[in-house]
Write a protein that binds this ligand. Structure first.
Ligand code: HEM
Length: 267
């Protein structure tokens, strides 16, 4: 991430959920990073060995998946569809794109997950979320629905095709593993974790709406940076520390940060 993005993510302010969206281009968001061939190899392996954890869809999602596939063909980011098979389309997208993607549709006035391909989740499983609506999915995040639920819903209803609306979430992790699916039992932050073992895990997200079926396309890219690298910049370190110090305890608990808060905020 660029230094400018860091100061956007950590403004000189107390912690709050980030609801700043920037307007971008779908080509730019989904374009290959040229750094990430190992990520693509991991994605292909996961999609071969553990497909049911990463790829799923509802029976009525076929047209939306085909439309998403066509969008990425038009962007010249994936090969042309050979067959009209939703699983093959998601597989093609999952193997070719560095981003994870999720499709939602507004059903009974509620944005609902209808399918996707997610190889690098941050502590959750796509199959657990299929068919559920956004308020329900976000219910595990303390205070989020109360603070932003209505605004998120309005925002999603107002999306226009062709624009990538982008925001980010951040967290800290105890490994540089991209795939933090809870079934893996990945390393957690503990009181014994050393700062050299901690990574800043940023999820860049893109939201757009597909013009024909009006499904919402949600893209997620993971960026990992050793925390020590950010700590070497005194201004950025102070911003991150302020965020950690002012984060509501229930949010810190949800993000798994409690064991390391004292270590990171002293000095
Ligand atoms: C519209 C703007 C959105 C905002 C402001 C937002 C915000 C957040 C925040 C703050 C978290 C907690 C992450 C953390 O701080 O560590 C979260 C988690 C999550 N969000 Fe969103 N989100 C948005 C849209 C979406 C959409 C469209 C989806 C589509 C599926 C989604 C799926 C999730 C999932 C699966 C989690 C993890 C929940 C878990 O731990 O089980 N979010 N979101």
């Amino acid at each position: 991430m660029s230094p400018c993005a860091w100061t956007d993510l950590f403004p000189q302010a107390d912690y709050r959920f980030n609801f700043q969206f920037k307007r971008g281009l779908l080509d730019d968001f989904y374009r290959p990073s040229q750094l990430d061939s190992s990520g693509l190899i991991d994605r292909s392996r996961l999609l071969s060995e553990n497909r049911s954890e990463c790829l799923t869809y509802l029976p009525d999602a076929a047209e939306s998946i085909a439309e998403a596939h066509q969008l990425f063909v038009d962007l010249k980011l994936v090969p042309s569809p050979l067959v009209a098979d939703p699983e093959q389309s998601l597989l093609t997208l999952g193997r070719a794109l560095e981003a994870d993607i999720i499709l939602l549709r507004i059903k009974e006035d509620r944005p609902t997950i209808i399918g996707g391909v997610v190889c690098f989740p941050t502590g959750w499983r796509l199959p657990d979320k299929l068919g559920r609506h956004l308020l329900d999915i976000h219910d595990v995040v303390p205070q989020l629905n109360a603070e932003l639920g209505t605004r998120m819903h309005r925002f999603l209803e107002g999306l226009k095709p062709g624009v990538s609306w982008e925001r980010a979430n951040w967290g800290l992790s105890a490994s540089a593993q991209l795939n933090l699916n809870p079934i893996l039992g990945y390393p957690r932050l503990t009181q014994d974790t050393r700062i050299e073992e901690i990574y800043m895990r940023v999820e860049s997200q893109s939201l757009t709406v597909l013009p024909i079926g009006e499904s919402i396309l949600f893209g997620i890219r993971i960026h990992l940076t050793p925390l020590t690298r950010l700590w070497s910049d005194p201004d950025l370190r102070q911003r991150i520390q302020r965020s950690l110090q002012t984060m509501p305890p229930r949010v810190a608990d949800y993000k798994g940060l409690n064991p390391i808060l004292a270590m990171l905020t002293s000095g």
